[in-house]
Design a protein around this ligand. Structure first.
Ligand SMILES: [Fe+2]
Length: 247
């Protein structure tokens, strides 16, 4: 099963709107043309779909994702407006595919750049893992780890220690995917890989102490192949594909 993760398109209501000098609508269209060639079984959009929370931006993305002809889901980032997103396409919390469970978390806080999962959602996550022993992949917008860009840690996931504490007693979470940091990253937390994906919109400079944008860096998406082998072991392989066009 091939899952493709997309993130941070930062679309505006105006299709010609720019995000930090990047024509985000053109980037999204070019990205989806590349995604389509891989014929994914599922596309997961890990937030900041819109930059202004407008219904027009969500409707445009939904129409383009529908055209891929495969199931797709999205979850909110700090720039999104979850209720407007949900009006266009309901927000899902778990999907089962080929023996895996994909758990989608909502780290959005009204009016803030940082994220938080909150007690209710963390309790639901724990119940899900207790009730379902199938190999799990968790996706959320804010990275639940400290990253190398100091400024970004100020707007990370506030309750990340509680998140990991809740996962402590389960050994069937095999990876966590996130967006928000606008560049590729992989790190380990308690032997669980945490991976981010490049933004569709402009990239942030990965290890800068202060906020810095590299609007010339290419956007990209993450391919994640999930399966269960003959010995019933879960298998995950992943790579990032960058968009080489100049949009
Ligand atoms: Fe973003």
């Amino acid at each position: 099963m091939l899952l493709i993760q997309l993130s941070d398109s930062h679309l505006k209501a105006d299709p010609a709107g720019l995000y930090r000098d990047v024509d985000v609508q053109a980037r999204l269209s070019a990205m989806l043309a590349s995604v389509s060639r891989h014929q994914p079984d599922l596309v997961v959009f890990s937030g900041d779909v819109s930059d202004d929370g407008s219904i027009a931006s969500y409707q445009r993305v939904a129409k383009q994702l529908d055209a891929l002809g495969c199931p797709w889901v999205w979850l909110p980032g700090n720039h999104d407006h979850p209720a407007t997103m949900a009006d266009v396409r309901p927000l899902k919390t778990v999907i089962h595919l080929d023996g895996w469970q994909i758990i989608l978390l909502d780290s959005w806080i009204d009016g803030e750049e940082g994220g938080r999962l909150g007690e209710e959602q963390l309790a639901r996550l724990e119940t899900q893992l207790a009730d379902d022993a199938s190999p799990a992949l968790i996706v959320l917008h804010h990275p639940p780890v400290t990253v190398d860009a100091a400024w970004m840690n100020e707007i990370g996931l506030e309750d990340r220690e509680t998140f990991w504490a809740r996962l402590d007693r389960y050994d069937h979470v095999h990876a966590v995917l996130c967006g928000h940091i606008h560049h590729e990253m992989t790190c380990l937390h308690d032997n669980v890989p945490v991976m981010s994906v490049p933004a569709i919109a402009a990239q942030f400079v990965p290890d800068s102490p202060d906020f810095a944008v590299d609007s010339h860096a290419p956007g990209g998406f993450r391919l994640v192949r999930l399966s269960i082998d003959e010995a019933q072991r879960p298998r995950l392989s992943t790579r990032v594909e960058y968009l080489l066009s100049k949009v």
